[in-house]
Design a protein. Structure first.
Length: 151
């Protein structure tokens, strides 16, 4: 697919906590689950990437990531709003979105599933469990999962 000079991205990680983002990226790379990763720091930048606006003006939105790992509690634009905008647009609604968050609030879980999240995963506090979770997520969504040719 045409990408207008932007590199194809397999995983879009939307995470404002740098420590958690670095750990997630390191674990995915460690197991060779995603060579083309993009980490954005807030929901606003995520929407710019997904819809090819702002810093990502000209990016072909029909060349989506294989999966979006989305935190909920972020500055500027929260994860629920990002998910809502992804699902409202016919061009992006099929992109797999995995909420990866520390929020166990029932409203966040319910709202996420009501908006069509593919999976809701609580971030383990333990380093080794977090690493294993990232490995499992990456393996499932990047190796095992089959996506439609049209997103």
């Amino acid at each position: 697919m045409k990408n207008n000079g932007f590199k194809q991205i397999e995983v879009l990680l939307v995470e404002d906590n740098m420590d958690e983002a670095e750990l997630a990226l390191r674990e995915l790379k460690k197991y060779n689950l995603a060579n083309d990763l993009l980490h954005v720091h807030d929901g606003e930048e995520a929407l710019e990437f997904i819809f090819g606006t702002g810093r990502y003006e000209g990016r072909d939105i029909m060349d989506p990531p294989k999966v979006i790992l989305l935190d909920l509690k972020m500055p500027k634009v929260g994860g629920i709003e990002v998910l809502k905008k992804i699902r409202e647009d016919e061009r992006t609604r099929r992109i797999p979105v995995v909420v990866l968050t520390s929020s166990s609030h029932e409203k966040d879980i319910t709202d996420s599933y009501d908006l069509g999240v593919n999976s809701y995963i609580l971030k383990p506090i333990n380093f080794q469990k977090f690493s294993q979770s990232i490995k499992d997520i990456g393996h499932y969504w990047l190796v095992m999962n089959k996506v439609s040719g049209k997103n």
